[in-house]
Design a protein around this ligand. Structure first.
Ligand code: BG6
Length: 513
């Protein structure tokens, strides 16, 4: 939110000074992320006057191309994916600071040449030895890149008063051992305070607003606990399928792709205790405590009882036929990859004891939407509509689209009869602030340039989340007999019947988004 009274903004974007310009090196510059998200985000920062003038963006990749060709490709991509229309003049000045550096990821010479190029930019553009290395290449390249950044000395500030930071894209490992290993590799070259593990959900305005909603409004905190809250639902639904990313997705699945990071991050923001301050560690300490309190799935039977995994079969989305997951390009014919996960999670601490948190994520669902619904317990004494169901208050935080917050309350239907109906009090970002929210990557890139890691995952956070998720993966891999079955659901449905059964066993129902 862009209001002056938003405490999250104190000392951050609105009031903090613009960071000094730096050299931003993007590894994997010819990849999808750079085209769709990173360069458009940087252009939008420039368009809003937030990108420090002189910031140099250096695309590092294996293919042979000139600066000029790289600029043309980036212009095309930005015109296609930018939040705001591209203005010719602005693009021209932005593109002057775009460069291309060709090298293999594992060849020392490429890094020596990069070091020379950065030193020259320091001298000519006054970048002061400030360097940010963004790992947007395939995860198998992370280790070779980091070790060469170290051996070429690029992990050190380029000059006195400068700095060197690394931004690591997901997936951050594929399980706890690999995440620990990657953490060791990163920490061998960069201090934790210079390490930015990105989770783009944390950069979404609506995710940032969770803390503001909870801690800047005195009315919610007293009832934000097991005494008043019946259950919580967190949903991230997408109509998209695997979209040509099967190479990655086949090794990941919905659990690792979305739950281990994005969904668990949202859960921590909803369930954390108020932090002592809004410093990076104040907030992240509280989030880690939530992760430590997640009740682990100790036995495969716990997983079978509380987690449903699904895979989409052929079906229709908005009237258009779409193939099943196994028919998608590069997916193994008998693939066991999950494209849907529903689970029931408990947090073992005083605040949340006994409150189920239902988490649901899936591809090829009927609608693209992410939301958190806090369902309160019903009024203790029912005076009105005794037979009516669904009378409880529900606070819904709409992460996307139609960003906002709504509260369902009971109201008297106008007329002589005393009839009570649920109505919604609704806050919409668009209507209240009259402007589109920036893209998550804009905020996160600027935070990393400013040296603010609050919205990035800390080492212990990532490892705790893997530990929780690994128990589920292990149960799934445990072999035919024990593994909870992979259920199928037609594309365009809300997931397998088993997901409905999971919540209905508790006498509840998933919300229809
Ligand atoms: C990414 C996942 O992290 O998040 C994708 O890898 C998913 O599979 C995407 O589609 C969803 O993010 P958003 O911001 O588009 O909702």
């Amino acid at each position: 939110m862009q209001t002056a009274s938003n405490p999250l903004r104190e000392g951050t974007s609105n009031t903090r000074p613009q960071p000094k310009p730096c050299a931003l090196v993007i590894f994997g510059a010819t990849g999808d992320l750079t085209h769709r998200k990173l360069v458009p985000a940087l252009y939008n920062l420039a368009a809003d006057g937030d990108l420090p003038p002189g910031t140099a963006i250096i695309g590092f990749a294996r293919r042979d191309k000139s600066d000029e060709v790289f600029r043309q490709e980036m212009e095309e991509a930005t015109r296609k994916f930018s939040r705001q229309p591209v203005q010719d003049e602005l693009w021209k000045s932005f593109a002057q600071n775009l460069y291309y550096h060709r090298s293999e990821f594992d060849k020392d010479e490429g890094y020596q040449a990069l070091a020379e190029r950065l030193a020259k930019l320091d001298r000519e553009s006054g970048l002061g030895g400030r360097r940010m290395f963004y790992l947007a290449a395939g995860p198998e390249q992370f280790e070779p890149i980091i070790s060469r950044l170290k051996s070429s000395g690029l992990n050190e500030p380029g000059a006195e008063g400068g700095w060197s930071r690394v931004v690591v894209e997901k997936p951050f490992g594929t399980d706890l051992p690999s995440a620990r290993h990657l953490n060791d590799v990163v920490s061998g070259a960069f201090h934790e305070s210079s390490t930015y593990r990105i989770d783009h959900f944390l950069g979404k305005e609506t995710a940032q607003n969770i803390m503001v909603l909870r801690f800047a409004n005195a009315i919610f905190e007293p009832i934000w606990n097991a005494r008043y809250i019946d259950h919580i639902e967190i949903t991230a639904a997408e109509t998209l399928g695997v979209e040509g990313r099967a190479g990655y997705y086949e090794t990941s699945g919905a659990l690792r792709d979305m739950v281990q990071n994005h969904l668990i991050q949202l859960l921590t923001l909803v369930c954390m205790e108020p932090p002592t301050d809004l410093g990076a560690d104040g907030v992240r300490d509280e989030k880690v405590k939530v992760l430590r309190s997640l009740r682990p799935f100790a036995k495969p039977e716990d997983v079978a009882r509380n987690v449903v995994r699904g895979q989409y079969a052929a079906g229709a989305i908005n009237g258009k036929s779409v193939p099943g997951y196994r028919e998608e390009q590069n997916v193994k014919p008998g693939s066991q990859t999950d494209t849907f996960v529903a689970m029931r999670v408990l947090i073992d601490n005083w605040r949340w004891s006994g409150v189920p948190i239902y988490v649901r994520v899936g591809k090829r669902l009927p609608k693209s939407a992410a939301e958190i619904a806090i369902e309160f317990k019903p009024a203790p004494h029912i005076l009105f509509n005794r037979d009516a169901e669904g009378g409880a208050n529900v606070l819904v935080i709409r992460i996307q689209p139609d960003e906002g917050v709504s509260l369902r309350i009971q109201s008297k239907l106008p007329g002589a009869a005393l009839r009570v109906e649920p109505v919604k009090m609704d806050f919409q970002y668009g209507a209240s602030f009259g402007k589109a929210s920036p893209e998550a990557y804009e905020r996160l890139l600027l935070d990393a340039m400013s040296g603010d890691p609050t919205l990035f995952a800390r080492r212990d956070e990532v490892e705790q989340a893997w530990q929780f998720v690994d128990a589920i993966e292990q149960a799934w891999q445990a072999g035919e007999g024990n593994a909870p079955a992979l259920c199928t659901y037609p594309a365009g449905s809300w997931g397998p019947q088993e997901a409905e059964d999971l919540i209905e066993r508790d006498g509840r129902k998933w919300r229809r988004l």
